[in-house]
Ligand binder design. Sequence first.
Ligand code: AP5
Length: 217
Amino acid sequence: MRIVLLGPPGSGKGTQAQAIAKYCGFLHISTGDMLREAADQETELGRQAKGYMEAGELVPDETMISIIENRLSGENCRGGFVLDGFPRTVNQARELEDLLKKKERELDIVFSLEVESERIVERLSNRRLCRNCNRDYNLLSNPPEKESRCTWCGGVLYQREDDRAETITNRMQVYEAETAPLKAFYAGVGLLQEIDGNGDVEKVFRDIASHLNCIGA
Ligand code: AP5
């Protein structure tokens, strides 16, 4: 299957994409993770993307489309994939459609995670990540055993630069202006499935799984 996860920042795209990928054996493709990795490695792409990401702005379509084109050409995408963070504009969605068409493929389903704004701010401002193994913690819903240390590997926990209050507000505005119109785009082609993302991780996953025949739910 070829799945897209849409949703505002902090709606749980990464968390749910990881779970779907694990249960269905699909590849999890996160454009945010790819860009952060490039920024950490100080590649040319990383240097270009860093400023946009830290300001909560979108990286230009041209750059993102070429990253995805490259990623989807890999053999390991053949068994199915979950796209987390792409597409983010109608232009990116059209380009994705064309890319898949060239391979005689198409998307199977697009989930849109719907989460209340106050909850988004709460989730993002409480997110912490391990510098060593990248494990995700949430000080409210999934806290580490020891403050500021990863329970798994003992690595130091940090806050993403774009999870600071001012940037969260901008990311939410950018989502409304640039990405939310994708819901109408995908509803128009019969692919959209809205999911209530306000519940706990397991509840949201059960709801998603009920639409996927690779999970016996
Ligand atoms: P990206 O990394 O994709 O950021 P985002 O879309 O803002 O998403 P997040 O990672 O913040 O949240 P999420 O929805 O994945 O939620 P998560 O599961 O992590 O992109 C970063 C930047 O890269 C962009 O701003 C842009 O600059 C650039 N970029 C990336 N793709 C691009 C593109 N296609 N075009 C242009 N630019 C692009 O969960 C968040 C927190 O909540 C975690 O702590 C988690 O544990 C917790 N949580 C999750 N689910 C639940 C739940 N059900 N209950 C309680 N807590 C929960």
